[in-house]
Design a protein around this ligand. Structure first.
Ligand SMILES: Cc1cc2nc3c(=O)[nH]c(=O)nc-3n(C[C@H](O)[C@H](O)[C@H](O)COP(=O)(O)O)c2cc1C
Length: 134
């Protein structure tokens, strides 16, 4: 495995930030908050894990803009997306598929606190399954 960067956009509740930090710590990745840092030397990474919350069905603008601006540098990389949201079930699946398509990322998951079993660190067990696949 080469180097991995976790790049995320988070809102007021910072749910995405908390999960991003947990993932980065577990896999030893570098981590970037798009609200604070917009210059990232992505040539250093072969795997990128993007994270975003959802407002009104849409991923956060900072992430949309980042991916759009850097799309040429991202084509050769392994890309993953995690979504922090409140919808689950069929609604959550549909929302994930729409967001994944909008961002052009195939490997996408969402985490929903309400519906899931938690691990000992207080995160959904699905986060650990996602980490195992990176
Ligand atoms: C104004 C607002 C709109 C939201 N819209 C959606 C939505 O359309 N779908 C959804 O699944 N979650 C929605 N949520 C829930 C957030 O995506 C969820 O709380 C997420 O964990 C926030 O991540 P953050 O703390 O990193 O910003 C909404 C939350 C707010 C405050």
């Amino acid at each position: 495995m080469g180097r991995t960067a976790v790049i995320y956009a988070t809102g007021m509740t910072k749910n995405t930030k908390k999960v991003a930090e947990y993932i980065a710590r577990k896999i030893g990745a570098d981590i970037f908050n798009l609200k604070e840092i917009t210059m990232i030397n992505i040539t250093e990474y072969d795997t990128i894990v993007f994270g975003t919350g959802i407002h009104a069905g849409k991923p956060y603008k900072q992430l949309v803009d980042y991916i759009e601006k850097n799309k040429d540098s991202l084509v050769q990389k392994k890309l993953y997306l995690f979504i922090e949201c409140m919808y689950n079930g069929e609604k959550g699946d549909k929302q994930r598929d729409a967001v994944a398509e909008q961002l052009g990322i195939q490997k996408a998951v969402y985490f929903n606190k309400k519906a899931e079993e938690m691990n000992e660190a207080g995160f959904p067990k699905a986060v650990d399954d996602f980490i195992a696949e990176l």
